[in-house]
Design a binder for this molecule. Structure first.
Ligand SMILES: [Zn+2]
Length: 127
């Protein structure tokens, strides 16, 4: 009914094991650590970690395997990008530069950081 403004999104694309909470450094670190762990697990589950590719190539029909492998690798590439951002954000947390845009150096809004804790850019320079 009154959805104008929508200041507190509680149903975002972020996995709901993560609390959308404050941007206190310790809490940000926890959130980022949790994301890093989850992304690593997802990558591991895909079985495309490293460049070794699929482990058991006698297991299934080759065409099907390569299709699935292609999908898995596309997904893995996305996950690696996210993981890269998360690790980068953790580094910036250590350096004390977390929460600023890498293009303009301006602070990224708290609301944006809550939704995307690993973002490197302000809303203006995103994408
Ligand atoms: Zn910016």
């Amino acid at each position: 009914m009154t959805d104008a403004g929508s200041s507190a999104p509680d149903d975002t694309t972020i996995d709901d094991t993560f609390e959308a909470a404050s941007t206190a450094p310790e809490e940000v670190r926890e959130v980022l650590d949790a994301q890093r762990e989850q992304l690593s697990e997802q990558l591991h589950d895909l079985g495309v970690e490293g460049e070794t590719g699929i482990v058991d190539d006698n297991f299934a029909d080759t065409a099907q395997v390569s299709a699935e492998q292609g999908e898995a690798q596309a997904l893995a590439a996305q996950l690696r990008d996210q993981l890269d951002d998360v690790e980068h954000a953790l580094t910036r947390l250590d350096e004390g530069t977390y929460g600023t845009c890498e293009v303009c150096g301006e602070p990224i809004g708290d609301a944006r950081l809550e939704v995307m804790p690993a973002t490197r850019f302000c809303i203006e320079h995103a994408g």
